[in-house]
Ligand binder design. Sequence first.
Ligand code: PBG
Length: 328
Amino acid sequence: MSTYPALRLRRTRVSPWSRALHAESVLTPADLIWPLFVTEGAEEEPIASLPGVSRWSVAQIVERAREAAVLGIPAVALFPNTPEHLRTDDGREAVNPDNLMCRAIRAIKDEVPGVGVLTDVALDPYTAHGHDGLVDAAGYVLNDATADVLTEQALVQAAAGADIVAPSDMMDGRVGLIRAALEAGGHHNVQIMAYAAKYASAFYGPFRDAVGSRGRLKGDKKTYQMDPANAEEALREVAADLDEGADSVMVKPGLAYLDIVRRVKERFEVPVFAYQVSGEYAMIEHAAAAGAGDRDALVLETLMAFKRAGCSGVLTYHAAHAARLLGA
Ligand code: PBG
């Protein structure tokens, strides 16, 4: 190893061509998954706490999928805003093969088959109480009973054409049950991206507005989502989901948990994704609006950080904007 002045680390940074040549990570539109909110009716519905993000009708969702295809974004992630009258304590609308989610999946797969469709497996957009699962009289989210409903939900989504089912509920054992049901149902090539390390986070607020669960949520999700203090536990969650048949794993939220991404990547050497969640998106938008930073630069820098940390890809509400910035 040389030392200064033979060693001048600034030498390779002098010019744009040299910086390009020495870049250790790359960010392209192919690294992005675009989360989209779908709603009943025909109108676009802007979401106040997610400036620049809207809920779209099924017909409009197809247009967003077309946009993704043009921009080189490989996949979209769908989340429904279930109509009020269909939200029940047992969340049974989640397993209705004609629910909003399934209609959106079918519409995209009919019209834009080349774009991957990732679906959220959890009950919160369908329950009256806003939890991801079934609750007992004391309000505790029941593990095994919930996992059975989630398995049915994943099957219904796969039958509608979902390419990747993504359980985001944090119930124990659900990946194994879902994998077995998919195999038994002939859905051998439907992938499972497990929200393996999902933390009980304050960064999900705007998302809960978007799917209409914020006001109704009783209590918090700390009996199933992880404690932000824990990292070893995240590795155990990932190990369990991989053992049960997950094709890829996700860490969520993103930026505050890049240490988890790195540890998971180093330990398991499997595809790792991160979700730059709604509150992270909103922080960038509000910081930029307040003049605290350049929006485009903040978007690209944070997305590059996920790649550097070891992510195969990132779920981000900035996907279309970032793809345009990347010259798509
Ligand atoms: C629900 C789910 C949540 C998100 C994705 N799936 C919210 C939650 O767990 O309360 C959050 C995504 C975001 O904030 O952008 N199962």
